[in-house]
Ligand binder design. Structure first.
Ligand SMILES: *[C@@H]1O[C@H](CO)[C@@H](O)[C@H](O)[C@H]1NC(C)=O
Ligand SMILES: *[C@@H]1O[C@H](CO)[C@@H](O)[C@H](O)[C@H]1NC(C)=O
Length: 264
């Protein structure tokens, strides 16, 4: 009896070991085949598009080992503070990129370079963006969700936003936390929906004043030159007249020059 039990036990242990190694092997094989980023989960849809999920992983740097045939990347709920230049270069098939709910305060110039025409949707909502350089979006044609960031609304932002193709929801979701000039009263407003607000007016006014000062300067220079010219000429004419008068016996000519001098 105990012999059979012993055999059974040993057999089951071997089966178990075999199964275990088989599972491990398939896991490794699967991993090698899909070559997923090490801190992410990868899946492939029926249509062959690869999806990489790295959500909520406490990542501080954007993974550089995302497979180059990936179509969707979810990097939301991590701890990224910047998107460095060329962070996603080498992902030519990317259609959707989710960077929402991070600590992003800086998008370096060329941050999304290389993503090009395939990217359709870029989510940078719920971050710490105060302002941005439009060069970060160079070459990008996707719609961007920029809502729920602590935007500092000033002339720079007003100039930069039209250069980005915004998700329609962003129009209502780009709300000013602070503003320059402060007295415009745009704090708490979605200023893209209030086209009457022109945050560049103050700057325009300053340039207007500068133009006026320069023009006034030129004008007064021209006037003083004219005055100087007329005075010098008058002096010349007077001296010439006196010289003519001092000449004996030509009274007619002297009258003639006096009329000339009055004309001048
Ligand atoms: C991905 O990289 C491999 C190897 O470097 C290359 O053969 C392949 O063409 C690349 N695929 C894409 C979509 O760029
Ligand atoms: C844009 O981001 C906000 C905040 O994260 C979210 O609620 C909204 O659904 C997003 N819009 C789209 C179209 O994904």
């Amino acid at each position: 009896m105990s012999l059979i039990a012993d055999w059974l036990l040993r057999h089951s242990v071997v089966t178990c070991l075999l199964l275990h190694s088989l599972v491990l092997m398939t896991f490794c094989f699967h991993n090698a085949a899909t070559s997923c980023s090490k801190s992410c989960y990868c899946s492939e849809s029926d249509t062959g598009g690869k999806t990489v999920r790295c959500s909520n992983m406490r990542l501080t740097e954007i993974p550089q080992d995302i497979p180059n045939d990936t179509q969707r990347v979810y990097l939301d709920f991590n701890l990224f503070t910047t998107v460095p230049t060329n962070a996603f270069a080498g992902l030519p098939n990317l259609v959707e990129l989710d960077l929402s709910h991070n600590e992003l305060s800086l998008l370096e110039p060329g941050a999304f370079r290389g993503l090009g025409p395939s990217l359709q949707f870029l989510d940078i909502s719920s971050n710490k963006l105060v302002s941005f350089n439009p060069e970060a979006f160079d070459g990008l044609r996707s719609r961007a969700n920029l809502t729920n960031n602590p935007w500092h609304c000033d002339c720079n932002l007003q100039m930069a936003l039209p250069r980005v193709d915004l998700e329609p929801a962003s129009l209502a979701g780009i709300v000013c936390k602070t503003s320059d000039p402060e007295e415009t009263g745009v704090q708490g407003l979605a200023f893209l929906l209030a086209p009457a607000i022109d945050l560049c007016v103050v700057m325009k006014r300053t340039t207007d004043v500068a133009m006026l000062v320069v023009m006034f300067g030129w004008f007064s220079m021209v006037i003083s030159y004219l005055v100087y010219y007329v005075r010098a000429n008058q002096e010349d004419a007077r001296r010439h007249l006196e010289y003519l008068k001092s000449l004996p016996g030509i009274p007619g000519k002297s009258e003639e020059s006096s009329t000339i001098s009055t004309v001048v």
